[in-house]
Design a protein. Structure first.
Length: 250
């Protein structure tokens, strides 16, 4: 699926639709055994279960300009105001004087982007699809399949196409630079790679001697460890380039 986090929300819903058709047969088997993991609201289910989505995937979906064509088919399970405010507040800090002027400006810009108005009006190849009734949208949301999403991905292109779109039409936009670009840049990795990266969290940080560390402090220590690794790697690369470079006469 081209590694785009903005596709994951659609893929998960399409997969759920396909599984519902194949497993349920009105007996609720899928909903009982697997349904909780398909958390379309991006919030982990209760207990020790982990959902397939988090809020960043939903925010990334909102920032993808090609997802506008899914409006008549895909129904977000979270209110737009709630998602927008969370997204902007997460990526846009308060101004230096404690005011929220920048947040308000970026929210206004996002609303223009989302509705294809203002400076974004001429940027889209296709107009917004007609808005169906909530009843019709609910039915459409149950109908699209993985095959439909594969076709959409093939037609809408990859991550590079998203960046070309923004860099052409809105390279200096605060919404793009501060919100959409970081979200669309998020990569997708396999679970084994993630487990390898966080292994030090279990083996050297959350050890028996440190078993009273809170989760937030343990994560902060792990991030510090990762950042130090990046710094050391950069030093090695820079050191080698300096060593290999020719001496300069002064």
């Amino acid at each position: 699926m081209s590694g785009l986090t903005s596709h994951l929300t659609k893929v998960q819903k399409a997969l759920r639709n396909d599984l519902n058709k194949g497993l349920n047969h009105n007996n609720g088997e899928f909903s009982r055994k697997l349904g909780q993991g398909f958390n379309m609201d991006g919030i982990d289910p209760s207990g020790q279960k982990v959902g397939l989505l988090d809020r960043h995937h939903l925010w990334s979906y909102l920032c993808d300009p090609f997802n506008h064509q899914m409006r008549g088919k895909f129904l977000l399970q979270v209110g737009m105001a709630e998602l927008m405010n969370e997204m902007i507040d997460t990526y846009i800090p308060l101004d230096g004087d404690g005011s929220n002027h920048t947040r308000i400006a970026v929210k206004d810009e996002f609303m223009d982007f989302h509705t294809q108005q203002g400076k974004w009006q001429q940027c889209f190849d296709k107009p917004l699809p007609d808005t169906p009734s909530i009843e019709q949208l609910t039915e459409n949301n149950k109908a699209f399949t993985v095959d439909d999403i594969v076709k959409f991905v093939e037609e809408s292109g990859n991550l590079a196409r998203r960046f070309r779109w923004f860099e052409t039409y809105a390279a200096n936009s605060n919404f793009y630079l501060l919100v959409a670009k970081p979200l669309l840049s998020m990569g997708i990795v396999g679970s084994m790679e993630v487990e390898r990266r966080v292994k030090p969290l279990k083996d050297s940080i959350l050890s028996k001697k440190r078993n009273r560390l809170s989760d937030s402090k343990a994560v902060a220590l792990w991030r510090a460890s990762e950042n130090l690794k990046h710094i050391m790697q950069a030093k090695k690369v820079l050191g080698k380039s300096i060593t290999d470079s020719k001496p300069v006469q002064l």
